[in-house]
Design a binder for this molecule. Structure first.
Ligand SMILES: [Fe+2]
Length: 94
């Protein structure tokens, strides 16, 4: 049985993993729309990986008598103009 303190800490981490997955997903979608297919594939894979981390934590909490909580997430705030400039510079030197 998980203590409430541990359950709360793990539930906070569930939210962190979910939020990370959303950030990578937003970056993947953005890169895909600009034609950066390799970057998009990389970001989609990382989004999936963060979601897997979240799912492992949810299972871990629930299997030990806790209750994994799924919280609302804010939309990712990304500085995509800067990212676009970086990618353009990077790919122009290749
Ligand atoms: Fe993670």
């Amino acid at each position: 049985m998980l203590s409430k303190i541990i359950e709360e800490a793990l539930n906070k981490q569930v939210t962190v993993e979910a939020s990370s997955s959303q950030v990578y997903l937003a970056m993947a979608s953005w890169a895909e729309t600009l034609g950066f297919e390799g970057v998009a594939t990389f970001m989609y894979a990382h989004s999936d990986e963060e979601r897997e981390h979240m799912l492992k934590l949810i299972k871990f909490i629930n299997e030990r008598g806790g209750h994994a909580k799924v919280s609302q997430l804010d939309a990712p705030q990304l500085n995509l103009d800067l990212s676009k400039k970086c990618l353009k510079v990077y790919f122009s030197t290749k």
